[in-house]
Design a protein around this ligand. Structure first.
Ligand SMILES: NC(=O)c1ccc[n+]([C@@H]2O[C@H](COP(=O)([O-])OP(=O)(O)OC[C@H]3O[C@@H](n4cnc5c(N)ncnc54)[C@H](O)[C@@H]3O)[C@@H](O)[C@H]2O)c1
Length: 332
């Protein structure tokens, strides 16, 4: 199939290589013209995915219209907060029946939309049934090294999921399917906020008990938001829910966990982000969740404390104490 990968970060590059190796015709779009030339010349993404060769068959371009023209699948791998501005240039492009597949994980500030919502907002000509999402526990660093990985593709149109399953799957990468687009996107976006808390806990020097408590109470908060947005509860027990939450909250590869860890050690968010060249979606998503939970009238105490620590300068120890001494209640 002819596939465009819009975003040459670690994840976009990894998936572009996987798709090419699976026998597809792949075009990788990088937003920065100079870096696009560097990628073309050296065939390595030094910045976001070092030590992995990009096959010569993967076309690399900075031209967005050229990238999306005549493609069967258009994959969105651009970080959530950059999507709206990046794609304004192709706002009126005729996508026909191409599948628009989101692999990014976040909630946009200002609109509180997940990526499918942003896409429907920018591209009035596309139908929701043509949008799909691929999510689950899948660090680029491991997929690029062909470590066995399982993810899920969700779309209202299950036939599109079947196409995505066929195109992406191989002996190291297994794709399940689901019709719960909302739940799948929410799981991927919200786990990043919880990962910041497990990082903070580790940075402070708390132990395994704290991490396990944050993961299990965290999935409850994610589910509460999901239910209000008509997602299916079982989705949160799956790969894009608890699966992705576990990996992000425990892995050395997680930038969101890393950001939290540095905060727990006493560094400021501004200083951490200045040094972090890669995107940590959970930082912006924490802000969206603050407003979204208010709008939906959902109680998300852990995620609310993350918002206060990141944006209101709250002391993490004080936040912990407040969480621990809330009114006692039933588990469910
Ligand atoms: N890396 C992973 O393991 C992984 C796995 C699954 C999903 N994701 C998701 O995929 C998305 C992309 O993450 P990544 O890890 O590839 O990112 P990355 O940090 O590796 O790369 C950042 C990307 O953002 C682009 N960028 C920077 N400034 C930009 C701007 N102003 N406008 C447009 N693009 C800009 C860069 O060119 C680069 O492609 C995120 O939503 C992330 O949560 C990542």
């Amino acid at each position: 199939m002819k596939i465009a990968m819009l975003g040459a970060g670690g994840w976009g590059t990894t998936l572009a290589i996987l798709l090419q190796e699976n026998g597809n015709d792949v075009t990788l779009w990088e937003f920065n013209a100079e870096y696009s030339r560097t990628l073309n010349q050296f065939r390595e993404n030094f910045y976001y995915l070092p030590d992995i060769k990009i096959p010569s068959q993967v076309k690399i371009t900075n031209n967005l219209t050229e990238a999306v023209s005549r493609k069967d699948i258009i994959v969105i791998s651009t970080p959530t907060q950059f999507i709206r501005n990046s794609f304004a240039e192709i706002q009126n492009f005729n996508f026909g029946n191409s599948i628009i597949l989101n692999v990014s994980k976040g909630i946009e500030n200002k609109t509180n939309l997940t990526v499918s919502g942003i896409l429907l907002d920018i591209f009035k000509q596309i139908e929701k049934k043509n949008i799909a999402c691929l999510s689950g526990p899948s660090h680029a660093e491991e997929v690029a090294r062909k470590i066995p990985t399982a993810v899920v593709c969700a779309s209202e149109n299950i036939e599109n999921c079947k196409i995505v399953q066929k195109v992406f799957s191989n002996k190291n990468f297994r794709v399940y399917r689901s019709d719960d687009l909302t739940g799948t996107e929410l799981g991927g976006a919200l786990k990043n906020v919880i990962a910041i808390t497990t990082g903070i806990a580790d940075g402070i020097g708390f132990g395994d008990n704290t991490r396990a408590a944050l993961i299990t109470r965290g999935i409850q908060e994610i589910m509460r938001i999901g239910k209000k947005m008509n997602a299916r509860e079982e989705t949160f027990y799956g790969l894009s829910g608890i699966g992705d939450l576990i990996v992000t909250c425990t892995s050395k590869h997680s930038r969101n966990r890393f950001v939290g860890e540095e905060i727990g050690k006493g560094r400021s968010l501004k200083e951490i982000l200045k040094d972090l060249k890669k995107v940590a979606e959970g930082v912006a998503t924490a802000k969206s969740v603050h407003f979204l939970s208010e709008k939906l009238n959902v109680e998300v105490p852990i995620m609310e404390q993350v918002y206060k620590i990141l944006y209101k300068g709250k002391n993490p120890l004080k936040a912990t104490e407040e969480l621990m001494t809330r009114k006692l209640k039933e588990e469910y």
